[in-house]
Design a protein around this ligand. Structure first.
Ligand code: SF4
Length: 697
């Protein structure tokens, strides 16, 4: 459609890709979106990246799911049925497994792509209609390490400050985040701040876009993060450059923490990280000496078998330097999916209810029992990684309900995941598009996209924003909230957990009102009418509150009100390079694609980046006979994939970088199922591999 045509209408909403939550106007003609424009409002102030602007083709793709499908028995074909039949079938099969093996034999995967209201209903389905805390979502695979460390140290797992404050920082430390490609609008904000005088420190093994813009680039070895940040904090204390008053007044646990970093001298850190001691010292002095210094991080920190220690080391550094509780400072995990913050806030996690209320706490259970009129499960549930590991075992998970998740592409060690899915008695796939997991489904429930429903998303800096329908869902697809509520009513009746009325919602606004009622201190002041005028940031406890930007100005959200310094001990990765597998594989994202590629590869973005390229350092290319642009095998102990070699010094010598967006060349065939013991996050950032020239086979 030519750009100059008059639109039928222009719908203000939110980009469905990353956690920045850019606000957009969608221009619609003849029930198709032909133009996406950025709104001149926070958080993006008129800026958009290629994904937001050109990545919405998936909405009209032929692979959209349009009809409910069921597989009546294993080995039979999926067949189209009515909604009533699909929902009755799904509810009966879920109830049968719960009856036979107990509620914990079921597992519910919620979605950071779905709205707050839909995430709330998914965890309510698990807890109220079935009676299990077995619910999780994709944050398990991205920021669960940050969530674990931030929750126990500060009592809150969200960004402490806001994107609007980037311009207020005089030092910005970015680590484990290829920000210009994964959160491009934030990357542009950081570059602008650096041009305007902020001192930019980047700690990353790869020569990413921000490394080029940095005043100080610390090219640390993969997996050495906890030593780098532990050494910086230790140096600050030893040299007397730390914020003594802040540490004494607002933290606890100093002695145990100090013991954990006692050996992390600058020289020791240089040996482990490969970063010269003088650069580590300069980074520490710049960071602590700033009036306001902010830390931003993402999966380069978290996706390790010691990811929680990595995140904890950053938290400790910020506490030692007193860089919390003031504008322009803070600890700021950049969240990946558009509503991953909201999915956590809504309790789509096995250990917490909505509002991060502990699932194991009897008083908390009593409150939710009163709200939902049903007894509550007593012990926390399984994480997603534990659930998939348990399939096939005695007392393991037998039925899985997936909302907007494609575990075959997203979980590590893909061959294991396929084998596990084949052992399930029941797999429900609720999605907008066919994905790699689709062939394993016993029930397929076609869902509406972000552009076909009402609701709210919460972006990475806690901003709750309205989404609005642009057109009707295709075929018989329905919004996730409607599907889950329909299943909830049926399941509540079948499991005998009563209160079927608790599933009668007139629409997403009614669900939001229940959330406000349950969590007044977070959301009491946020209603749809206010959101119609402006987004609001939580906590927003009453209707006159503008929402809070800077957290922890006077107390932390821990029982004592003080932040906890906790030991963060460096441990080497689970698998070391050597022998037949001399190189390190690190996986991640590229500018043009998104996660498993389900959305971005069904849009115009596919033309910009149609095939997988792996980054190979020139010295490694020469050593293994690899040529730029030629096919290459990447081989690990778990499998092999073919890709195109990109010979570049973006990646350091000894490290191969592979994006994970390509289902036909799945990087997760290579990764291993080693997990962080606390967060259960897989080690996507470190696996031993070798390279072999593939010629033109
Ligand atoms: Fe969308 Fe994120 Fe790009 Fe903004 S930065 S347009 S939210 S993908």
């Amino acid at each position: 459609i030519p750009l100059r045509v008059q639109p039928d209408r222009v719908v203000p909403t939110v980009c469905p890709y990353c956690g920045v939550g850019c606000r957009v106007d969608l221009y619609v003609k003849d029930a198709r979106i032909y133009r996406v424009m950025a709104r001149e409002e926070p958080p993006n102030h008129g800026a958009l990246c290629v994904k937001g602007r050109f990545g919405l083709g998936f909405l009209h793709h032929p692979d959209r799911l349009k009809t409910p499908l069921i597989r009546r028995r294993k080995g039979a074909e999926l067949e189209p049925v009515s909604w009533d039949e699909a929902l009755d079938f799904a509810a009966a099969r879920l109830a049968r497994i719960a009856d036979a093996s107990g509620p914990d034999a079921l597992f519910f995967v919620s979605s950071a792509k779905a709205s707050n209201e839909e995430n709330y209903l998914m965890q309510k389905l698990a807890r109220a209609a079935v009676g299990t805390h077995n619910v999780d979502h994709c944050a398990r695979l991205c920021h669960s390490s940050s969530t674990a460390a931030l929750s126990r140290s500060l009592g809150s797992a969200a960004m402490s400050n806001t994107l609007e404050e980037i311009g207020l920082s005089d030092v910005i430390l970015v680590t484990g985040s290829n920000t210009t490609e994964t959160h491009p609008v934030v990357g542009a904000m950081i570059k602008k701040a650096a041009r305007n005088g902020a001192f930019l420190i980047v700690a990353d093994p790869r020569r990413i876009g921000l490394a080029e813009a940095a005043h100080l680039w610390l090219r640390l070895r993969p997996g050495s993060d906890a030593v780098l940040f532990g050494a910086m904090a230790r140096y600050l204390v030893e040299s007397g450059r730390f914020d003594r008053a802040f540490v004494e007044r607002r933290t606890e646990g100093f002695d145990a923490w100090w013991e954990s970093v006692r050996d992390y001298t600058l020289e020791f850190a240089e040996g482990v990280t490969g970063v010269p001691a003088a650069r580590i010292r300069e980074a520490a002095e710049r960071y602590a000496g700033a009036r306001a210094a902010a830390i931003y991080w993402a999966m380069g920190i978290t996706q390790h078998s010691h990811g929680t220690d990595n995140a904890q080391a950053l938290i400790n550094l910020a506490l030692i330097a007193g860089q919390l509780g003031k504008p322009g400072a803070g600890l700021n995990p950049l969240r990946g999916q558009n509503n991953v913050q909201g999915a956590g806030d809504m309790g789509a996690l096995p250990n917490v209810y909505p509002g991060y209320q502990p699932a194991a706490d009897r008083q908390v259970q009593k409150r939710w029992k009163a709200l939902w009129h049903t007894p509550q499960p007593e012990t926390p549930g399984r994480t997603m990684t534990e659930a998939f590991e348990s399939i096939g075992a005695k007392d393991g998970v037998r039925g899985v309900y997936l909302m907007g998740e494609d575990p075959i592409t997203s979980e590590p060690y893909q061959d294991h995941v396929r084998a596990a899915l084949e052992k399930l008695d029941l797999l429900i796939v609720q999605d907008i598009l066919k994905n790699e997991t689709f062939p394993y489904a016993d029930v397929v429930l076609p869902a509406a996209s972000f552009a076909e429903k009402q609701g709210t998303f919460t972006n990475t800096d806690r901003r709750v924003q309205r989404i609005r329908p642009v057109f009707e869902p295709p075929g018989e697809a329905r919004p996730d909230w409607w599907i889950t509520a329909q299943l909830g009513r049926r399941l509540a009746a079948r499991t005998g957990r009563g209160w079927t009325e608790g599933w009668n919602y007139a629409g997403p606004e009614a669900v939001w009102e229940e959330i406000r009622l349950a969590l007044p201190r977070m959301f009491g002041g946020i209603d749809y009418a206010r959101l119609e005028r402006e987004p609001l940031r939580w906590p927003c406890p009453h209707e006159r509150s503008p929402g809070v930007s800077v957290l922890f100005t006077d107390r932390f959200y821990t029982p004592s009100g003080k932040a906890r310094l906790l030991p963060a001990v460096w441990r080497p990765p689970a698998e070391r390079p050597g022998g037949d597998y001399p190189l390190v594989l690190s996986t991640g994202r590229v500018l043009y694609h998104w996660h498993g590629g389900t959305l971005s590869r069904r849009s115009d973005l596919e033309r910009a980046y149609p095939k997988m390229k792996v980054e190979v350092h020139p010295a490694d290319a020469e050593r293994y006979g690899i040529s730029d642009g030629e096919p290459v095998w990447v081989v690990s102990r778990r499998g092999r994939i073919q890709a195109t070699a990109w010979v570049t010094d973006r990646t350091p010598e000894g490290v191969v970088f592979a994006p994970f967006h390509f289902a036909e060349q799945p990087a997760n065939r290579l990764t291993l199922d080693a997990y962080d013991p606390t967060s259960k996050i897989p080690e996507y950032k470190f696996a031993a591999v070798r390279l072999e020239p593939a010629g033109h086979e």
